[in-house]
Ligand binder design. Sequence first.
Ligand SMILES: [Zn+2]
Length: 59
Amino acid sequence: MNACPQCKRIIEEGKVCPVCNIELSDKFSGTFVLMDPNNSEIGKILGKETVGKYALKVR
Ligand SMILES: [Zn+2]
């Protein structure tokens, strides 16, 4: 499992983020699942509008 350093999306398979088209990192910490972006405080804080799984920090 890897995470994108830019959008912080967690990608289960592959080495490139399909959104940003950049290489993923396996050095990430803290994960959360964004189910309902419009009613999610963490979604608002992080500026996420897409449902998915994200990392809090990616190195
Ligand atoms: Zn990305």
